[in-house]
Each structure stands twice: as C-alpha cells, then as structure tokens.
Design a protein around this ligand. Structure first.
Ligand SMILES: [Zn+2]
Length: 217
C-alpha cells in the first residue's frame, strides 16, 4: 500500500493496528484498558475485603471460573503478558481503595529460586509489574530462603510452621515506618501472607495485602 516508509509510519500513527486482548486473543482492547470488554466483564473486578486476624487485605476477584482458568494458563503455559494485564486490572481496582491510598512500596511474594528456574518467571512479580504501569510505586523485594513445595498437603497450623522464617527482606531498613503492599495471585489460608507480613512488621513496617483472587472457604 505504501512505497514510502515515512508515509507508512504516519498512517500507523494515525490509525494504529487494533490491540488484541491478552486473555482471549480475539477481542479488541479499548485504548487505555488492559483487556477486551467481554473478558473484563467475565473477570468483573471489584474489591473484596478479607477478614484477617491481623493486618488489612483485599482481593480483586474470587478464585473460580474465569480467573482460575487464566491463572492456570499463566502458570502452566508460562504466559507473562496475561499476568501483567491482570496486574493492571488489580491496580485499577486497588488505587480507588482509600486504605491503600498511601502505600509506599509494592512487595511481590517471592518464589524459591528452584521454582523460579522451573517456571521462568514469578507470577507475583509480573502482577506487580502490571500494577506499576498504571499505579507506579517503588518495589521492595524479599527472597524465599526455604523451598515450600509441600504446602498443599498440610493443615493451616502446619503451613504456618513450615513457612516460619521462610523469607528475608533484601533491604530490611527500607520498610521502617513504611506502608508495604504485599502482592500475590491467590489468598488461600494466608500462611504465606502472614509469614511475609510478620517479617515486614518485625522491621517496623506496616504490611497490607493485595491478592488477585481469594478462595471462598
Ligand atoms: Zn478478551
């Protein structure tokens, strides 16, 4: 159509190619939004306040149906971009929540390096990267010093015991007096969250939680 590359560039600037939805790959993404209208409706993001024994926590959706399907795709097919898009959705919902207005840091829940090698990327990091695109924050990091591969067969109290001292903050002094938003894909028993939140608390930070989904018990 264009012999002149300059004209082609100008045309593309005026009429950009439609962006396909990172979830269904067929819907068109409206400008400035993370996903097509149909997928956004299926995800139906809204803020659910979790009733936690200590600290405040929120989830953007329930772990069932479409979000469960998307998380499986991301995990087993190693899909980074859909995870980033889900992070954008989390941020769009979370930044309207008054309790989260003065957060200082994002803290994605780390994976143990063995798992990271198997997986290629950490889902919580990808969610935080997506969040940062629409709601920029400094990120503080932690490392998982114990592999916690065998959580699923354990009772809640055994999980807590198993996760005790499972994490280390990369820069513990940075969280002092700061509000730290811990980010993860699923809230189940809260054992992982509490382990990391207690660590932040022990360094005089104020931990909060934001999860893409929670499991209804
Ligand atoms: Zn879609």
């Amino acid at each position: 159509m264009f012999k002149n590359p300059w004209l082609k560039s100008l045309w593309e600037l005026m009429y950009p190619a439609p962006e396909f939805c990172p979830f269904c790959h067929t819907g068109i993404v409206p400008e400035g939004l993370p996903a097509c209208g149909a997928c956004t409706a299926r995800i139906s993001p809204s803020m659910h306040r979790l009733s936690l024994a200590r600290y405040q926590g929120f989830a953007v959706g329930v772990y069932d149906d479409y979000l469960q399907y998307l998380l499986h795709q991301i995990k087993y097919l190693n899909q980074y971009q859909p995870a980033v898009a889900l992070g954008k959705i989390m941020a769009l919902a979370a930044r309207e929540q008054p309790e989260l207005g003065s957060v200082d840091y994002f803290l994605p829940v780390p994976l143990h390096h063995q798992r990271l090698q198997q997986r290629g990327f950490n889902q919580a990091d990808a969610l935080a990267a997506g969040m940062n695109q629409v709601w920029p924050h400094r990120v503080c990091s932690a490392v998982r010093i114990k592999p916690t591969e065998f959580q699923s067969g354990l009772s809640p109290s055994e999980r807590v015991k198993n996760l005790r001292r499972a994490f280390m903050l990369t820069n513990p002094a940075a969280v002092r007096g700061k509000r730290v938003l811990i980010i993860d894909d699923i809230f189940t028993t809260g054992a992982t969250f509490y382990s990391l939140a207690d660590l932040v608390h022990s360094h005089r930070g104020e931990p909060l939680g934001l999860f893409l989904t929670y499991r209804r018990s």
